[in-house]
Design a protein. Structure first.
Length: 214
C-alpha cells in the first residue's frame, strides 16, 4: 500500500495571463468606487482559488508513504515551478513500476484528475491502466479513495480530512494547505515546515485507512 497526497499552487503571473477571465462588476452597482472594489474582490477570489484548478494551478509536491516506520518520499523541488514535469514523471513512473495499491483522501475527485490534467499540459503519455478498462469515468481499482469509506454510496455525504481524523480520534491536520506553495519555495525552515505538513497528511491517510479499510 502506498499512501499519498498532492499539494498544489497557482501558476505564475505569465502563465495566468491567457487564463484569467474578464472580471465584471455586478450590474446593479453604479458607484465607481464600488465597481472597482467588486472587480478587485472577484479578482482576489480567482487567485485565491487558482491552486485548486488544474487550468490555473500546478502540482508543487507529492508525498508518498509506504509502510509503518518507512522514510517518506516527498517529491518536490523547493517550489520551483519549472520542475512540475519532473514531479509528474516520477509519480507515474512509480505507478508503472509497482503493483501496489495507492490510497489517498478525495483522490477520485481532486488528486487524480489534477495529476492527469496537468500531465495533459506537458503532452505526457499516461500509463494505460490509470483508468478502468480504458473508461475515463472510472479509475483503476488500484486507487483507493478514503472519501468513499465515509460516503458509503451517498455521493452528497462528504467530509474533510481534518474532520474525518477528528471523528476517528486522531490529531487533526493543520489548516496550512493554502500556504504550502509559499512555504515550499521559502527558506530552509519554511521548506521543513511544508515537508512536515505533507508528511502528516500522508500519515493521516494511513492511520484512517487502518481504522476503516476493509
Amino acid at each position: 500500500m502506498i499512501y499519498f497526497d498532492i499539494e498544489t499552487g497557482p501558476l505564475n503571473a505569465q502563465e495566468m495571463k491567457g487564463r484569467m477571465p474578464e472580471f465584471q462588476a455586478r450590474a446593479n452597482l453604479k458607484d465607481e468606487t464600488k465597481i472597482k472594489a467588486d472587480i478587485e474582490e472577484k479578482r482576489n477570489k480567482f487567485f485565491d482559488n487558482a491552486a485548486l484548478d488544474p487550468f490555473t494551478g500546478r502540482v508543487c509536491a507529492i508525498g508518498l508513504l509506504k509502510h509503518e516506520g518507512d522514510k517518506p518520499d516527498l517529491i518536490h523541488y523547493k517550489g520551483d515551478p519549472n520542475f512540475e514535469h519532473a514531479i509528474l514523471v516520477k509519480f507515474w513512473n512509480l505507478y508503472l513500476k509497482t503493483d501496489e495499491i495507492f490510497c489517498g483522501f478525495n483522490i477520485h475527485n481532486f488528486d487524480l484528475p489534477f495529476l492527469v490534467k496537468r500531465s495533459y499540459a506537458y503532452n505526457m503519455t499516461l500509463p494505460s491502466n490509470v483508468f478502468h478498462s480504458g473508461n475515463v469515468r472510472r479509475w483503476n481499482a488500484r486507487f483507493i479513495d478514503l472519501m468513499d469509506y465515509w460516503r458509503l454510496g451517498v455521493y452528497t455525504d462528504r467530509i474533510s480530512l481534518k474532520r474525518f481524523a477528528i471523528h476517528c480520534g486522531l490529531k487533526p491536520k493543520e489548516s496550512k494547505g493554502h500556504l504550502f506553495h509559499k512555504l515550499i519555495s521559502g527558506n530552509e525552515d519554511e521548506v521543513k515546515e511544508a515537508e512536515e505538513y505533507l508528511l502528516y497528511d500522508c500519515e493521516l491517510v494511513r492511520d484512517i485507512y487502518e481504522r476503516v479499510g476493509l
